[in-house]
Write a protein that binds this ligand. Structure first.
Ligand SMILES: Nc1ncnc2c1ncn2[C@@H]1O[C@H](COP(=O)(O)OP(=O)(O)OP(=O)(O)O)[C@@H](O)[C@H]1O
Ligand code: SF4
Ligand SMILES: [Mg+2]
Length: 324
């Protein structure tokens, strides 16, 4: 197994109290596999990713439990210096906003080349040639001429390609893409997503794709993990989830996808708001919003029930949901 996250817990200690952002997350990613992580804003998708990458804002954030096994090694036990080596060469992250992630005062060629200079001790000229090669690989036209330009001289889609190039430069075995296309126009979104999926399969990388958008997931993901209030509420192979969700929250998310054949009809939206993470309700955290909630849901926290060999649901009534 490439990556195995076990019972991960993260808290944020703030003036107002302790926000329990991640409350026992488990997921795995194999080589060449794509895991899509879904869930509303604030469900802990990014914080989980930051903990895996070792870039959590500490303080106020703090990992209070769990393991992050990367190629069998628990990253949480490593020294910062050892983790830094793994970032870049072992795993890399792609963020939503390339403009704030790239350095505005360095040319893209210098930034890409730096990866090779720092990690592989390459000379400037060789590093520059590698930069051009990478830019070509991610589909930037006239790469040779543009390698000396600055991030702001590229369009949003091209900048996102440059960030992908940067993440892929050292051919890591795991990529975490956190809403990589959210800031782009719809047509450009599809192109960038295609590029990422193509490169991932060429390089046989594991990919964690964090997104709000269930629409893009069907084409690229192998499996899905749905998060709610810092927990995984359902994990399953992608086709199983689309066929029949086994958790009412997943069902709500699926019914919120705009569909071309239902233009004009009002979308089902999950009523209410996610809980305040300083006061997560007892029992099932989703119970105040769940159309299927019963008394037991307000007292007993559902474990991740085994629905089938590769499928789990944290709902007392997963059978009824699956068949409903
Ligand atoms: N720097 C921080 N300081 C305090 N609390 C934080 C911080 N970062 C995250 N949190 C807490 O962790 C929760 C989960 O945040 P996270 O960024 O993981 O959500 P997300 O699922 O990625 O949402 P989105 O879809 O909006 O990106 C937040 O709601 C917030 O309570
Ligand atoms: S455990 Fe109860 S409240 Fe939670 S999702 Fe299932 S039915 Fe709804
Ligand atoms: Mg996020």
């Amino acid at each position: 197994m490439l990556l195995e996250v076990r019972d991960l817990h993260v808290e944020f200690h703030t003036r107002d109290g302790v926000a329990k952002a991640v409350n026992g997350v488990n997921y795995t990613v194999d080589e060449g596999e794509t895991l899509a992580v879904l869930g509303e804003s604030g469900s802990g998708k990014s914080v989980t990713a930051q903990a895996i990458m070792g870039i959590l804002d500490t303080p106020p954030g703090k990992i209070t439990g769990g393991e992050v096994l990367f190629q069998g090694q628990d990253l949480l036990k490593l020294k910062e210096e050892e983790r830094r080596k793994i970032r870049g060469a072992g795993m890399a992250m792609i963020f939503q906003d390339a403009l704030s992630s790239l350095n505005p005062v360095l040319s893209v060629g210098d930034q890409l080349g730096e990866m090779f200079a720092v990690h592989q001790g390459m000379k400037r000229k060789a590093a520059r040639a590698k930069a051009v090669e990478l830019m070509e690989r991610v589909g930037i036209p006239a790469s040779k001429e543009r390698v000396g330009q600055y991030p702001h001289q590229f369009s949003g889609g091209m900048r996102q390609r440059i960030m992908i190039a940067m993440a892929l430069s050292l051919e890591p075995s795991l990529i975490i893409a956190d809403e990589p296309t959210t800031a782009l126009d719809v047509t450009v979104q599809a192109q960038v997503m295609d590029l990422l999926a193509t490169l991932q399969s060429e390089l046989n990388m594991g990919l964690i794709l964090i997104t709000h958008d269930l629409g893009v997931v069907a084409d690229v993901a192998d499996k899905i993990a749905v998060m709610y209030a810092g927990r995984i509420v359902e994990t399953a192979p992608v086709h199983d989830i689309y066929k029949a969700p086994a958790h009412p929250y997943t069902k709500g998310l699926l019914e919120s996808i705009p569909r071309l054949d239902q233009k004009g009809e009002e979308l089902y939206a999950i009523k209410g708001l996610p809980p305040n993470l300083m006061r997560i309700p007892p029992g099932c955290a989703f119970n105040p919003r769940c159309p299927m909630a019963q008394d037991v849901c307000r007292t007993d926290e559902p474990p991740l029930y085994e629905v089938s060999q590769d499928r789990r649901s944290a709902c007392h009534f997963w059978r009824e949901t699956l068949n409903g």
